[in-house]
Design a protein around this ligand. Structure first.
Ligand code: NAX
Length: 329
């Protein structure tokens, strides 16, 4: 058996944490032969609830789970982690603006970025907590020891939502949908790019001839799906968010198969799509060897796609401006 992979998770007593831990511990992330250890971080008042989750983890008797640390100290949770998944933060509540959320959650990521920098030199980091692109930007700015290509913010739930909508409309299994890009911010300005997506190997725009549905219904349905789930469930997406986080880590950890790609926000260097450098922006990504990745180049983008891509970049620039006092040197 190989050495355990250490996964550190913040907000571990929250609803996404609860939906994620048992899957990781059972082998649902790295497979049935790969042991894992967990480093779980919570705020002090939530340690009691986290202890209950620990009791349940113990009662599952997972043979692959080789150790758990549960703590309110970031450096203890993150020590020597291979992956750090930053989930902890306030979810957006009814009546809370995006700007309120940015200011409420941003400060968490200065300290957590510093802790990763200090104790997790080989870590790769996935930020789930919203606003995830900008929280990731903040954490990364405080962790100069970790190369820029180790930082990710989650748009995979949007990708999965988009695939499910296209599959339902086309009347096919969701596994038939590939090359689904979410461009930009995990927000209403994201661009779910149906024009470059495939259904059963054919352009989605050929399989779904109803182009007004694609342009006018599909895009807002994907972008506003989180709100629709809150309305129906009375709580924000949890199991689907946990699932998307696991998909994101898996896609980064194994080479991309065939000609497909996946969506995740990575640091932009301005190439190849002219997105301003330094932003954490979601692109079509291929993993090369389970460590390195590249942005899929040369996708055709018409004027409408281009203006959506630019609008999401502008929103991210505004978010960066709003947190500039929280950014590291
Ligand atoms: P919960 O409120 O259920 O759990 C959050 C947990 O984080 C709580 O247990 C809380 O004690 C803990 N926490 C707060 N501050 C912390 C800190 N400084 N260090 C460690 N832990 C801390 O929220 P949940 O539904 O699990 O959502 C978590 C985050 O995911 C939210 O920010 C939410 O907005 C975000 N989401 C992101 C999604 C995405 O696609 N990127 C989709 C789902 C979700 O909305």
């Amino acid at each position: 058996m190989s050495q355990p992979i250490k996964v550190a998770i913040t907000g571990a007593a929250g609803q996404i944490g609860y939906a994620m831990l048992f899957r990781i511990a059972s082998g649902g992330l790295f497979g049935p032969d790969q042991p894992v250890t967990l480093g779980l971080l919570e705020i002090t008042p939530a340690l009691g609830a986290l202890n209950g989750t620990l009791m349940e983890l113990e009662d599952c008797a997972f043979p692959l789970l080789h150790g758990v640390t549960a703590t309110d100290q970031a450096e203890e949770a993150f020590a020597d982690a291979d992956w750090v998944i930053l989930v902890g933060g306030l979810p957006r509540k009814e009546g809370m603006s995006r700007a309120d959320l940015i200011r409420a959650n941003g400060p968490i990521f200065t300290g957590q970025g510093q802790a990763i920098n200090a104790v997790a030199p080989r870590a790769r980091v996935l930020v789930v907590a919203n606003p995830c692109n900008t929280n990731c930007l903040i954490a990364r700015s405080h962790a100069p020891n970790l190369p820029a290509d180790r930082w990710f913010a989650m748009t995979r739930l949007d990708e999965n939502r988009a695939k499910a909508q296209l599959a339902a409309k086309a009347g096919v299994n969701v596994g038939e949908v590939s090359r689904m890009t979410i461009w930009g911010n995990h927000s209403d300005t994201q661009y779910p790019d149906y024009k470059n997506a495939l259904i059963s190997g054919r352009p989605a725009t050929e399989v779904i001839p109803d182009h007004s549905w694609l342009a006018e219904t599909f895009i807002p349905t994907v972008a506003k799906r989180g709100g629709a789930v809150i309305k129906a469930r009375g709580a924000s997406s949890a199991a689907s968010a946990a699932n998307a986080a696991l998909d994101s880590v898996r896609s980064a950890s194994f080479p991309t198969k065939g000609e497909d790609w996946h969506s995740v926000a990575v640091v932009s260097d301005g190439n190849p799509y002219g997105v301003p450098g330094g932003l954490m922006y979601s692109f079509p990504i291929r993993s090369i060897d389970g460590q390195a990745w590249s942005i899929v180049p040369d996708l055709p983008l018409d004027g409408d796609a281009r203006s959506r891509i630019d609008a999401s970049a502008r929103e991210l620039e505004q978010e960066r401006e709003a947190v500039k006092d929280l950014l590291g040197p």
